[in-house]
Design a protein around this ligand. Sequence first.
Ligand code: NCD
Length: 310
Amino acid sequence: MDDLTNEQILEILSDAERLLPVARGELYLPLLKGRILGNLFFEPSTRTRMSFETAMKRLGGDVVNLGDVKTSSVVKGETLFDTIQMVDGYTDIIAMRHPRQGAAQYAQDAAQVPILNGGDGAGHHPTQTMLDLFTIQQAHGRLDGLKVVLAGDLRYGRTVHSLSHALVRFGCDLVFASPDLLRMPEEIVSDLRAHGANVVETEDLYGSMAEADVVYMTRIQKERFADEDEYARCAGAYKLHARHLADMKQDMIVMHPLPRVDEIDPSVDVTRHARYFEQAFNGVVARMALLCRLLGVKVPADVLAEGGAL
Ligand code: NCD
């Protein structure tokens, strides 16, 4: 997120908004014709990988995939540095997910083409933050001055690391609701406070939601625990049910980067508050806007006039 100013973030969100008809398949606009995205996912992914691919293809571009890590040269012992140097020659831009924190930054040092971090271990997930911000702006018409509750696994959850940073820059008040073991890392909390953030930490999720504009739930990141007993102690810590939402603000939205396990009961899906499936769809426009920007392609002011029928 540090690579973008607030003004640039807002420009990207505005580009994303104009690209909605293209993402929905209502309009053909091949802005990225002839360009190739390299999808390098060294960790499981459904939404991030597929929405990058959808974004590229809806804009007339193409995608090459690393595919299953087990059938790639990674199993022969190829270093990340070598893999990146090589894919750099095949592609115009790379989206990458890796279990190691800092891997995307490391990859950028090996590549000439831009690298988009699609999640680096328990580190960051900035392209998710762009679609999260888009979803919040769509619901509330603004980003500034909102009260946002971030709940669940704040220790290992990379989406909330990137998102909290961005929200503080837009002047939001944050509540971090988590079991003690899964608190937001101390260095992130102190960094946010040093930037003037109003941050409250609590274990009481349900008691902290009354004034919230956004409740952002997350999955307990089972795969990051060194100790299975520790996971067992935190699993199922929060289970948001429709009955918890009765006294909420009318326009409060419930978000989740997905996949969910049991932290949001399906009863919430049919309430006015649920936004997580729209949020996942917004991954396409947010990533379209990012791909255009990093490939130096301007999104036209009047997309409808520029686009053609499918
Ligand atoms: C998240 C991730 O991979 O960090 N998923 C996603 O990209 N939508 C959240 C998660 O896996 O819990």
